[in-house]
Write a new protein. Structure first.
Length: 199
């Protein structure tokens, strides 16, 4: 049985944290008995397997030897971690702000819907006339790390800014594309379209 000390990125012992694996040896090489290394809680079980194999090789009482290493605990741990990560991702996604913008030329309205938790906690709807929109632009903020973040906003005659994207993002190209498409639509460059929706 081989013992290894897990180290950090600077190759220094962390706790130290020992891990173990069984190796099968011949005169020239060694082969891992298992695919993974095991923590200290598996030490006694690994020792027992090593002892059985060595006793069989020294004094084989039977023609065959079967040994089993129970990996069910490791499988359960990985399964629990995967479930936890999935739930965490769902909670993060659900807690985010969603914005749907509907621009309708026939009704001459812009309708903004904002909601969280996939709409289960209610939805806030804002409605304005398309005539009230004076501009569509990228709102920019500077950060202390020399990086710019953007979000798309509708500018109204009243001076109010209505965000079309829920959060600031560093993706300038995507934001600029939304601005161009929305501006073109509001300036009636696409005569065959009656409405446009941005989410």
């Amino acid at each position: 049985m081989e013992t290894t000390i897990e180290t950090d990125s600077q190759a220094k012992p962390t706790k130290p944290n020992y891990v173990y694996e069984i190796l099968l040896l011949n005169n020239t090489d060694k082969f891992p008995f298992t695919r993974v290394k095991y923590p200290k809680i598996k030490f006694e079980e690994l020792q027992s397997i090593v002892l059985k194999i060595n006793n069989f090789l020294t004094n084989p009482a039977e023609k065959n030897l079967a040994v089993k290493l129970d990996d069910s605990l490791v499988g359960y741990i990985y399964f629990i971690i995967a479930i936890f990560c999935g739930i965490l991702a769902l909670l993060i996604a659900g807690a985010g702000l969603f914005i749907t913008c509907n621009l309708d030329k026939e009704a001459n309205i812009v309708k903004l819907s904002r909601y969280r938790w996939f709409g289960t906690l209610g939805k806030t709807v804002f409605q304005y006339s398309l005539n009230e929109i004076t501009d569509v632009k990228l709102e920019q903020i500077d950060t202390s790390i020399d990086e710019y973040f953007f979000r798309v906003i509708l500018v109204l005659e009243s001076g109010d800014n209505l965000p079309l994207t829920p959060n600031y993002t560093s993706n300038y190209i995507n934001g600029d594309s939304i601005v161009r498409v929305t501006k073109d639509f509001l300036e009636l460059k696409y005569k065959d379209s009656a409405s446009i929706q941005i989410t």
